[in-house]
Design a protein around this ligand. Structure first.
Ligand SMILES: NC(=O)C1=CN([C@@H]2O[C@H](COP(=O)(O)OP(=O)(O)OC[C@H]3O[C@@H](n4cnc5c(N)ncnc54)[C@H](OP(=O)(O)O)[C@@H]3O)[C@@H](O)[C@H]2O)C=CC1
Ligand SMILES: CCCCCCCCCCCCCCCC(=O)[C@@H](N)CO
Length: 308
């Protein structure tokens, strides 16, 4: 019955010879994705703000793969600059909206400027990219009769709210609403939307984040095992190629995906089966995690005498 029910229908999205456009491709997970996609024979373009870091990334990818990637300098907050970059790059087959910023802080202590900055880049930047890329992507799937992909980098903090991440989690949860609605709108063009949910991942961004991260944020985030950027990139590309809507990256991520499966699209009958069977059990496991997190917060505040 699930094999009949699951929608959208399963797809195989080839990468070889196709144009993969990756934002935030100059660092961390984006750089790992660009390198892996180039290795798979894709034509890769990367976009970021800092020109020097883009050139360093291009050199690193050439060193690792012997292949050249296209670089585009733009701020995703600037819709016109994003449109120009996509125009220069040419029609895209696989759009990876990976750029992102994160500064954890209790909302009470965080400036509204910083909240807006995270939402503008993580959420509005993704809107700018999709708006600019979509017309040419649609024309291209009609032309080539090959399925295309729009992949969006979320985070496990986009599946569950975490102490210190009010702004960041809000920006990432919002991407789920965007992605679910968008999948309805683009399925008839054979475009498959993916949401990627990594745990803490060793990147230059994480090194910066850890300098400021509240202790409780780190304790709760440590509930999920850390990963290397190359491993996240591998999981992400496999998920994109299989046209998966939800792409978890580690074991905790697989549990989170079941616990939060709700009304998400699902093209795999096998995973749908695990979701149907696992839902009740994973809700129980989730309650145990929340019990543990609230106990930790309570004890931490008791110890540090920081009651509001
Ligand atoms: N590392 C982690 O622990 C996790 C990361 N993620 C998500 O993965 C993604 C990548 O993270 P990570 O690799 O750690 O990040 P890094 O900080 O290492 O890299 C971020 C990339 O995004 C680019 N970028 C940032 N702001 C903009 C902007 N306004 N316009 C264009 N490009 C921009 C950066 O280039 P430049 O600064 O030059 O613009 C850089 O290439 C993010 O969306 C993040 O939220 C999710 C879960 C865990
Ligand atoms: C049903 C049972 C579920 C059990 C597992 C729960 C684990 C949740 C941990 C949340 C971790 C959030 C990490 C955010 C990383 C990130 O995005 C920042 N580093 C910024 O980039």
């Amino acid at each position: 019955a699930l094999a009949f029910l699951t929608r959208p229908r399963a797809a195989r999205i080839p990468l070889k010879g196709r144009h993969v456009f990756i934002t935030g491709g100059s660092s961390g997970i984006g750089l790992a994705l660009a390198t892996a996609a180039a290795r798979e024979g894709a034509r890769v373009s990367i976009l970021a703000r800092n020109a020097a870091r883009l050139e360093d990334a291009r050199a690193a990818i050439r060193l690792a793969t012997g292949l050249d990637v296209g670089v585009h300098q733009a701020d995703v907050r600037d819709a016109a600059a994003v449109a120009r970059a996509l125009d220069d790059a040419g029609p895209v087959d696989v759009l990876v909206c990976n750029h992102g910023v994160f500064v954890p802080q209790e909302l009470e202590k965080q400036d509204m400027e910083e909240v807006k900055w995270m939402v503008d880049i993580n959420l509005m930047g993704t809107f700018h990219l999709i708006k600019a890329a979509l017309p040419a992507m649609k024309a291209r799937t009609r032309e080539t009769s090959l399925p295309a992909s729009i992949a969006i980098m979320s985070s496990q903090a986009g599946q569950v709210g975490v102490y210190g991440y009010t702004a960041y989690s809000a920006s990432k949860f919002a991407l789920t609403g965007l992605a679910e609605s968008l999948q309805h709108e683009v399925i008839s063009d054979d475009i498959h939307v993916s949401l990627i949910f990594p745990p803490d991942t060793e990147t230059p961004g994480l090194v910066e984040e850890k300098k400021k991260r509240p202790e409780l944020t780190t304790i709760i985030a440590d509930s999920s095992g850390g990963m290397k950027a190359d491993d996240v990139a591998k999981k992400a590309l496999n998920g994109i190629k299989s046209g998966r809507f939800i792409i978890p990256c580690n074991f905790e991520g697989a549990m989170l995906a079941i616990a939060t499966s709700g009304l998400t699209p699902q093209s795999s009958p096998l995973i749908a089966f695990v979701e149907v069977i696992g839902a009740g059990l994973m809700r129980f496991v989730a309650l145990c995690f929340q019990w543990n997190w609230f106990s930790t917060i309570e004890n931490w505040y008791a110890k540090n005498k920081k009651h509001g």
